[in-house]
Design a protein around this ligand. Sequence first.
Ligand code: GUN
Length: 288
Amino acid sequence: MSARILDGNALSADVRAQLAESVQQIKARGVTPCLVVILVGDNPASAVYVRNKVAGCEKAGMRSLRFDYPADTDPKLVLDKIAELNADDTVHGILVQLPLPPQFEEKEVLEAISVDKDVDGFHAENVGRLSQGQRAFFPCTPHGVMKLLAAGDIDVSGADAVVIGRSNIVGKPMAMLLTQAGATVTVCHSKTRDLTAHTRRADILIVAIGRPMFITGDMVKPGAAVIDVGMNRIPAGLPNEGKLCGDVDFASVKDVAGAITPVPGGVGPMTITMLLANTLESAQRAAE
Ligand code: GUN
């Protein structure tokens, strides 16, 4: 049997249509949600993400501003810009695209952003609030995964969930959100012994390791929901070389899993959608 496809493009279009309506409502009250995106350096993947974030805002009727800095920028310039944006009441979200060049201290930059404008949810205070179940901005990718699970009627409460990857951007906040939704969560990573023993137990398997087509059908429990956060290129020498692929070997896993996200068209579109949702929420809080 072939797994149900959890369609991130379709869900994203639905959520963005609702967001666009809410944006019109808050604009009618004189507030235009505004996201500022800061990009330092010339990482080509970051440039694509930033372009998509700015375009997503504009399509939803929000304002977006973009500040680009060369790779050798003095961090103080960026910190000064963040301070200026923190003080600007017309700005509701501030995002600094990662990774930053080596002269930057990532933590210093992320924590310079006002907690109330930290729509990426990376500030230590937002991370702490999330871990304590308080109101916080949730990091966009794991937040999008939770929406995909909900829209796909996947029962999270009581499920055995396995997250592969322990990054601050995906793995750790993902584990936190699943725990809060009632799952029993295991976080696996590069040091995990016998990964397959863990993945085969998972009712929900979230894969965020950045290794093309790493999870194969024999590693998956029959009927499991498999969420692929990976975004890679198919390595040279394999069929469809150079095309986009996830961390999951879709061809073999789809015959075992009960539900699966494709790459592209699964988690990816949800990430920017949740960024727009966080920006709108920030504007709504500011207008309260
Ligand atoms: N780099 C990779 N993913 C992200 C993200 O979600 N936000 C930011 N700011 N940088 C990233």
